[in-house]
Design a protein around this ligand. Structure first.
Ligand SMILES: [Zn+2]
Length: 138
């Protein structure tokens, strides 16, 4: 098994700029930020994605993201809005296979680009899609 950089940071064996830490999560600055102040909220226990997180860890991640979002706006760093992003799986763009939620300060002209081939989908197809997802929910 390869070394997980986030586990190394949490264990104190790799450096990071910590903005928050408690018993469940650590929030650090991304070393290659999309914008200045880009924070990663990371559970202390190694897990690949949200499906591995129990409710307590999920709540801790969300609570921390909320607090960091508020702090970013008050920090003096440029932050007119906040973008939350979580990539679950390599196909989704997850680069470190340890669950992490991005908290990214946003402002006009920040250079962050989120692209997709947005297409209107018919109500009939949306309802079919919704039925598949409802059936899969456990
Ligand atoms: Zn890890």
């Amino acid at each position: 098994m390869s070394i997980c950089i986030f586990c190394e940071i949490i264990a104190g064996r790799a450096e990071a700029s910590v903005v928050y830490a408690d018993d469940s999560v650590v929030a650090i600055l991304d070393r290659a930020p999309a914008t200045v102040g880009h924070v990663l909220v990371i559970p202390r226990t190694h897990m690949a994605g949200p499906a591995d997180a129990d409710d307590a860890v999920g709540a801790a991640i969300w609570r921390t993201a909320q607090r960091v979002s508020v702090a970013l706006r008050a920090s003096g760093l440029r932050c007119d809005g906040v973008w939350l992003s979580l990539a679950d799986g390599e196909a989704a763009g997850q680069e470190v296979s340890h669950l992490h939620l991005h908290v990214v300060p946003r402002y006009p002209g920040d250079g962050v680009v989120v692209t997709a081939d947005w297409k209107e989908r018919s109500r009939e197809l949306l309802d079919q899609d919704a039925a598949l997802i409802r059936k899969a929910l456990t």
